[in-house]
Write a protein that binds this ligand. Structure first.
Ligand SMILES: Cc1cc2nc3c(=O)[nH]c(=O)nc-3n(C[C@H](O)[C@H](O)[C@H](O)COP(=O)(O)OP(=O)(O)OC[C@H]3O[C@@H](n4cnc5c(N)ncnc54)[C@H](O)[C@@H]3O)c2cc1C
Length: 277
């Protein structure tokens, strides 16, 4: 049970949502955008999240777009992970998303809610980091489009009151060979020990990781090594470990040493699989 009361608002347009946030804020309230609502329910119960007014973005039509042209794929941030898996417009995204939580939770968890989640795994962002996607953000002075690497650094860096509305991806990346590997401590559902997603574009492997550090990241420096044909497999893997960001998680899910051991094996699997393509 959530130990506090909050008001529920459901605007029908982007402008209405933005104005509502500012109005509530100026009235001294603590508004919070609400998408699938799973984090507010789970973290609200243990008092890690507090709000007295939730603004449900799901009444906004643009929030649910799933549009494919020859050149781009546009996904509304309000699509649930199950909707994405079923429509399967981006195979790597479906593969990554289908390993998040269980099917029932994924009918609620949305793309935008996962990318903006406070719990740091945010696994659904991995395919977008690999595909240099564009993030469409609703801001007080209009809609703006940002390259993902400009606006996502550990988390999506939005100004207070702004929200993610859509993600746009070049079809070239959507159709590229890919793999997503999630390793857990135990069971078939739950948060990862680590998740590594990779995409092969123009003959080069791209890599993004969640669960190894307390944030998801695109491993640009490791990609250089993985794609260096002068190096042996062993040199690539050992060099990759030297180039990891810090800190490496060291918690009940797994020690830092164990995570690195798992990463090494996962990188071998990725190189073997995408090396074939
Ligand atoms: C049982 C269970 C297991 C899970 N396992 C995993 C896992 O293994 N890996 C993983 O990555 N996730 C996992 N999750 C999901 C994760 O922890 C969050 O609960 C989920 O991603 C939140 O998505 P939501 O759509 O429900 O967002 P909400 O709960 O509605 O919102 C989450 C946060 O994002 C903000 N927000 C929402 N939408 C927007 C937007 N469009 N723009 C700006 N801010 C926004 C909200 O204000 C809030 O702070 C799991 C969840 C559950 C319940």
């Amino acid at each position: 049970m959530i130990p506090y009361d909050f008001d529920y608002y459901r605007p029908n347009s982007i402008q209405e949502a933005l104005t509502m946030y500012q109005t509530l804020k100026h009235a001294g309230r603590k508004p919070m955008y609400f998408s699938g609502g799973t984090e507010i329910i789970t973290l609200g119960r243990v008092d890690w999240v507090y709000t007295d007014a939730v603004i449900d973005l799901k009444g906004i039509p643009e929030y649910h777009v799933l549009f494919k042209s020859e050149s781009r794929l546009i996904l509304g941030a309000g699509l649930s992970l199950v909707q994405i898996e079923e429509a399967n417009p981006f195979p790597l995204l479906s593969e990554t998303a289908s390993e998040i939580a269980d099917h029932t939770a994924r009918t609620k968890i949305t793309l935008g809610g996962n990318i903006c989640a406070q719990i740091f795994y945010r696994e659904a962002v991995l395919p977008f980091l690999l595909s240099d996607s564009l993030m469409v953000v609703a801001m007080h002075d209009g809609m703006k489009i940002f390259p993902i690497h400009e606006i996502f650094s550990k988390c999506l860096c939005l100004s207070e009151g702004d929200f993610l509305i859509q993600v746009s991806t070049d079809q070239k990346f959507v159709e590229a060979p890919s793999i997503s590997i999630k390793r857990r401590k135990q069971w078939n559902t739950g948060y990862p020990l680590l998740t590594a997603a990779a995409l092969k574009v123009d003959g080069a492997i791209r890599l993004a990781i969640s669960g190894l550090c307390p944030f998801p990241f695109r491993a640009f420096e490791i990609e250089e090594l993985l794609n260096n044909s002068d190096l042996s497999m062993e040199e690539k893997i050992n060099g990759a470990v030297e180039r990891l960001p810090s800190p490496i998680l060291n918690d009940v899910e797994g020690s830092a040493e164990y995570r690195i051991f798992v990463l090494k094996n996962t990188l071998i699997d990725i190189l073997q699989e995408l090396g074939k393509e």
